[in-house]
Design a binder for this molecule. Structure first.
Ligand code: ADP
Ligand code: ADP
Length: 228
């Protein structure tokens, strides 16, 4: 499903971020990416949705080398990958419904299809009753749930989450994890970069640890393994 072969990344300013990464992530897995700040976690994640390109090696999504995609094919790749950020990145002037509907409007789905699908995903994140609210009328946890709904509305194969609980209080963070686990049980692969030690140590999943741009540990049902 996701495969990196000998992937290295050095940024344009000469900063090395990843070295010779080899990894395979199968369909349906739930994987934590852990490691100290600056280790390369975000860079690793950005390779998968082609926000950044490797300076060496290849990234394959469902067998196709995404480095070889033409510019106009990239939107199709992004539709297969839902992305969730620490700071939500919602459009502030659009309602919850409109924020989630946006990705479907872009591909010109019929209105009734859009309405049904948006309400379906708002149900998954328990926000049907807030469809008409604006983002700043919601708590942080609710805003993150909107961003999860937006990430899954196209029914992607993979959801990538970069520190999704980083701006949330502990209790709200656990609610977000319940929802991500639910989405994973429905068959979506999940990749989550996190600093949240108690989540990683409690909800046991595969753990890929990155340090100085290299994978230093890859364990099924691993632990966080770092002091903060
Ligand atoms: P993490 O997510 O683990 O904190 P990053 O992937 O963000 O790590 O960063 C890895 C390294 O690459 C760091 O040294 C960081 O400063 C550097 N880096 C990240 N993004 C850029 C960029 N756009 N340009 C130059 N260097 C970058
Ligand atoms: P949190 O504990 O995550 O900070 P809040 O205390 O901000 O949550 O919010 C609790 C409830 O009040 C949530 O259901 C949220 O939707 C609602 N709420 C918070 N701020 C507003 C607002 N400005 N307008 C309407 N509802 C709000």
């Amino acid at each position: 499903m996701i495969e990196m072969r000998n992937v290295s990344k050095t940024y344009a300013n000469g900063v090395p971020a990843l070295h010779s990464i080899d990894v395979v992530i199968e369909k349906g897995e739930f994987v934590y990416i852990v490691g100290p700040s600056g280790a390369g976690k975000s860079t690793f994640i950005k390779m998968i949705y082609r926000e950044e390109r490797p300076t060496e090696g290849s990234v394959f999504i469902q067998g196709s080398d995404i480095g070889k995609l033409k510019e106009k094919q990239i939107p199709y790749l992004r539709r297969k990958i839902g992305v969730i950020f620490q700071d939500f990145k919602l459009l502030p002037k659009l309602s919850v419904f409109e924020n989630v509907a946006f990705a479907l409007e872009v591909i010109e789905e019929p209105r009734d299809v859009i309405r049904q699908r948006v309400m379906e995903v708002l149900d998954i994140v328990h926000l049907k009753s807030k469809a008409r609210f604006l983002p700043d009328e919601l708590s942080g946890g609710e805003q993150q749930r909107v961003s999860i709904a937006r990430a899954i509305v196209n029914d992607p194969h993979v959801v990538i989450a970069d520190e999704p609980t980083g701006n949330l209080d502990p209790e709200t963070a656990w609610e977000i994890m319940d929802i991500l686990e639910d989405i994973n049980r429905r068959g979506t692969t999940i990749l989550m970069a996190t600093h949240n030690q108690s989540i990683v140590n409690t909800i046991k999943k595969r753990v890929i640890a990155i340090e100085s741009g290299r994978i230093v540990r890859d364990e099924w049902r691993g632990g966080y393994g770092y002091e903060r």
